[in-house]
Design a protein around this ligand. Structure first.
Ligand code: BMA
Length: 858
């Protein structure tokens, strides 16, 4: 064994024992001992890093809970002030001896001056960027002080606006609430747009050190980055290229090794130059274990380690976890226009999923556990895709790790939404660097499916054509050209170039929605090509049935609001506020049409209960119905339509919104219904004139030979008519299995007093079952049911067994004051059947039995 190989061998043993900490590199976080205060005034108070000014003020008892009642309004002064943070830390002799020393701020929100031991390291102006400062000669062995001064983001934003000279549109910026008059300053600052308010979000414009601070020290070699490119991946062979970026202080010879789970894949000797070295190392993995999305197969991951060994032993290393797959957006001309769908390892995948916003307005509160909960909520609802929407943030690494783990593909927007942005060189350079930082950070995740320029900017501007949101009217022709030039530069030049240069040929889509990137398609919502945000339901007040009338190749947004459940309302409102028109409830409803829309749709399909809690429950039922109708319409329309992403899976505070799980990640009715409608195989019956058309939609790769059973029951559970037949369910598409005549099915029964049960079976296994009605619920003669509920426990699992003497619709179970999770909820209960539902709770069966509460549609 020659010397280098020996060292490598030794390095690997060390790695096996202590988690591959090389002796040479030191990395430590500087997140403790921080204090903060309003700039130049008051006493220093303890601060949490990562954190925000708002959460630090809250922790010190200086402000009330911003989410409670209307406290938000009292807190608008915070973003008009400057704030400062400081900490002391000790540097060891060992660090002091290193040639290279660097402090990295992985997230500063936003305008900050950074000082080390009184000396200015630099200024920052983008919360999405990573800020690295070389501190050799400034860092001392012993005591050091970091001091960061944050300028008011809103006042600085106003300065930037004035400097730019054009007042750009930003419809969701709640400037008046923020005591900024009509100064919508959000777009001039590279900071999460939703901090300035949205139609589901408060206006709480934070400042702070929102991601960790890291001190690194090393001697002459450091692996700065590794990107595992995947030029070709099939089930026989993965051809990979490790793009390794190594910094070296001198010209020297090193060995670079790639290991997989402790096993050496290859090693190569390389000559390093002084400075940055970009090294490409091709390698092959035979018969790779491919990465699949949820429902299609396993989420196999590979843990690669890149080790650099010099004369001195292992000097630097980096670990990369990735999955091997080929994943692309397919846009091909077809008989209808142009397709828009994802293909994973050669399989066309219908994208089932949701849009996501940040999980909190105060971002550092989003722990890895919360990310896992959110991604699991998606996976457990049979989703395979999440769109990270452009008004939030580029999420933490943890989010992407969980997406990799649970098979959730990510549609990643860049952070621009519902606005136009400046085009001065400084801004453009800032955006370019932001894109490089984030693309580089997350590009190894196999879950990344698409990069998208922005949310709805093109649609809203609709350059060179009528329509849009009327923004152009505020500008002269010359100004319009300036605004559009800035748009074009960012979304058609800078961002696609970064995606091209820094990824492995990943797909880029300039804006969501759009019919196509060509100039004549600019800003058109796609129907025969591209993607679509279908807001005819809700914003357009069209009936829920219109989901079926409008064609879409990929529905990247649609949704329907509801209130959060009662236990969540109780966290922000008092009983005296329990009226949706009260000031407090209204301030937790940010859609200006929200309450009215909910009421109008409720009257269309149900009726409006007088009692507050029953009304809140009915909003869930209504949202569930809309969600079901949307998903079924999209899936029925497969393969014309290849995606259905609901707006939105989560909330950033407790609020009435389109979310299917609320701020506390509680499942609303819509989330349960989504789980059912996103199953691998569904029946999706639909009235078409006088017939019931029974569709089956299958994501399975093989044909299913099944049995379809259709039964009409009265509300006491008696059979009125029943038919069945053998059916072939075609693989990976939608098929009409049967068309049945309405009158024949009714067999003389009353349409207001019957339920139709459609069941698809494979052998004895029920693949799916749906209840549908001949008329809207508001026209049903619903009886008063009497329930029997028995709680029990089996193998440490609690459950309830429920039955009813008469039909009951959308039966909801809850245990007030407990966060019990019911495996099924909001279900129709058919008389004569017994429903066994698991209950995740610490309560005993007796306590469940005593405290369970039931609601149903009446
Ligand atoms: C969509 C989103 C958001 C908004 C939602 C509901 O188009 O992109 O801007 O919250 O509509 O209005």
């Amino acid at each position: 064994m020659n010397k280098i190989v020996w060292m490598l061998f030794f390095g690997c043993i060390t790695w096996g024992m202590v988690g591959c900490s090389t002796e040479k590199e030191i990395r430590t976080e500087l997140n403790s001992g921080w204090q903060f205060r309003q700039r130049d005034s008051g006493t220093w108070l303890p601060a949490t890093v990562p954190g925000t000014v708002h959460t630090d003020l809250l922790a010190n008892g200086k402000i009330e809970n911003p989410f409670y009642r209307m406290n938000e309004l009292q807190l608008q002064w915070i973003d008009k002030k400057d704030w400062e943070y400081r900490t002391e830390f000790t540097v060891s002799e060992e660090i002091g001896k290193k040639v290279n020393q660097r402090i990295t701020f992985t997230g500063l929100d936003t305008y900050a001056d950074v000082y080390l031991n009184g000396e200015k390291l630099g200024s920052t102006d983008n919360m999405f960027r990573t800020w690295r400062f070389d501190v050799e000669g400034k860092l001392k062995v012993g005591r050091n002080e970091l001091h960061i001064v944050f300028a008011s983001p809103t006042l600085k934003g106003r300065e930037e606006m004035e400097r730019y000279g054009l007042r750009l549109p930003a419809d969701n910026d709640q400037s008046v609430r923020g005591e900024m008059g009509n100064d919508r300053v959000s777009v001039y600052t590279r900071k999460a747009p939703y901090h300035y308010g949205w139609d589901w979000g408060p206006r709480l414009v934070t400042s702070g050190i929102w991601r960790p601070v890291i001190l690194e020290a090393w001697n002459d070699v450091k692996v700065v980055d590794v990107f595992i490119r995947q030029p070709s991946v099939t089930k026989e062979k993965a051809q990979l290229v490790a793009e390794v970026c190594v910094n070296s202080d001198k010209q020297q010879s090193v060995t670079i090794a790639i290991m997989n789970e402790g096993k050496m894949l290859l090693q190569e000797q390389k000559e390093l130059r002084r400075g940055e070295n970009k090294i490409s190392i091709p390698y092959v993995i035979q018969n790779p274990r491919l990465w699949w999305s949820n429902g299609l197969g396993e989420q196999n991951l590979y843990n690669f380690t890149i080790l650099v060994t010099s004369e001195e032993g292992v000097v630097s290393e980096k670990k990369v976890t990735t999955g091997l797959r080929s994943l692309r957006l397919v846009r091909e001309k077809d008989q209808w226009g142009e397709s828009f769908g994802f293909e994973l390892n050669g399989v066309p995948v219908f994208a089932k999923g949701a849009n996501a916003i940040p999980n909190d307005v105060f971002l550092p509160r989003v722990t890895p556990d919360l990310y896992e909960k959110m991604v699991l909520d998606a996976a457990n609802a049979n989703m395979n895709m999440i769109r990270i929407w452009g008004g939030g943030i580029y999420e933490d690494d943890a989010f992407f790790e969980f997406c990799d783990k649970y098979g959730i593909m990510v549609w990643q927007d860049f952070m621009f939404a519902c606005a136009m942005y400046p085009g001065n060189q400084e801004f453009l350079d800032n955006v370019r660097q932001e894109a490089i930082d984030n693309v580089t950070r997350i590009r190894n995740h196999p879950s990344i499916a698409l990069w998208c320029g922005n949310n709805e900017n093109a649609l809203a501007w609709r350059y060179g054509a009528p329509g849009g949101w009327g923004w152009k009217n505020a500008f002269t022709k010359e100004e319009q050209d300036t605004v559009f030039k800035a748009y074009y530069t960012v979304f058609h030049e800078i961002l696609p170039q970064v995606v091209k240069d820094y990824t492995d040929g990943d797909d880029y889509w300039p804006s969501s929605p759009m019919a196509g990137p060509e100039p004549d398609q600019h800003g058109l919502d796609g129907t025969t090509s591209g993607d679509q945000h279908y807001w005819g339901v809700w914003h357009g007040f069209r009936p829920l049935e219109s989901f079926d009338e409008v064609t879409t190749r990929f529905c990247s947004e649609y949704g329907f609001q509801s209130f959060p459940e009662m236990s969540t309302i109780e966290t922000y409102a008092l009983p005296e506020d329990y009226d949706i028109e009260s000031e407090v409830m209204k301030s937790h409803q940010r859609s200006y049409i929200g309450n009215g829309r909910i009421l109008d749709y409720m009257k269309m399909y149900y009726w409006v209960p007088e009692e507050f809690e029953q009304f809140i429950y009915m909003t869930h039922v209504l949202q569930g119905l809309a969600t079901k109708m949307g998903i079924e319409a999209h899936r029925r329309n497969m393969p014309y339509c290849m995606g259905s992403l609901i707006w939105q899976i989560n909330d950033c505070w407790p609020v009435a919104s389109w979310s299917t799980t609320d701020y506390y990640h509680k499942w609303k009715a819509a989330h349960y219904m989504m789980r059912d409608c996103f199953k691998e195989v569904i029946v999706a019956p639909k009235w078409e004139g006088d017939s019931l058309a029974i569709y089956a939609v299958s994501d399975r790769q093989e044909m299913i030979q099944g049995r379809l059973v259709v039964e009409v029951l009265d509300f006491q559970g008696n059979s009125i008519s029943s038919v069945e037949k053998g059916v072939d369910v075609t693989a990976n598409t939608s098929t009409v299995l049967w068309k049945l005549n309405r009158e024949v099915l009714l067999a003389g029964g009353s349409e207001n007093e019957v339920v139709l049960v459609v069941r698809l079976q494979e052998g004895d296994q029920v693949l799916d079952e749906k209840n549908i009605y001949f008329v809207y619920h508001k026209d049903l003669d619903l009886p008063t049911p009497h329930f029997s509920v028995q709680a029990g426990e089996e193998n440490d699992e609690k459950f309830i067994q429920v039955s009813s003497d008469k039909l009951a619709c959308n039966v909801m179970f809850c245990i007030p004051g407990e966060s019990a999770f019911f495996s099924d909820n909001y279900i129709d209960i058919i008389p004569g059947r017994n429903y066994k539902i698991k209950v995740d709770t610490d309560l005993s069966p007796t306590q469940i039995q005593e405290r369970i509460k039931i609601r149903y549609v009446h």
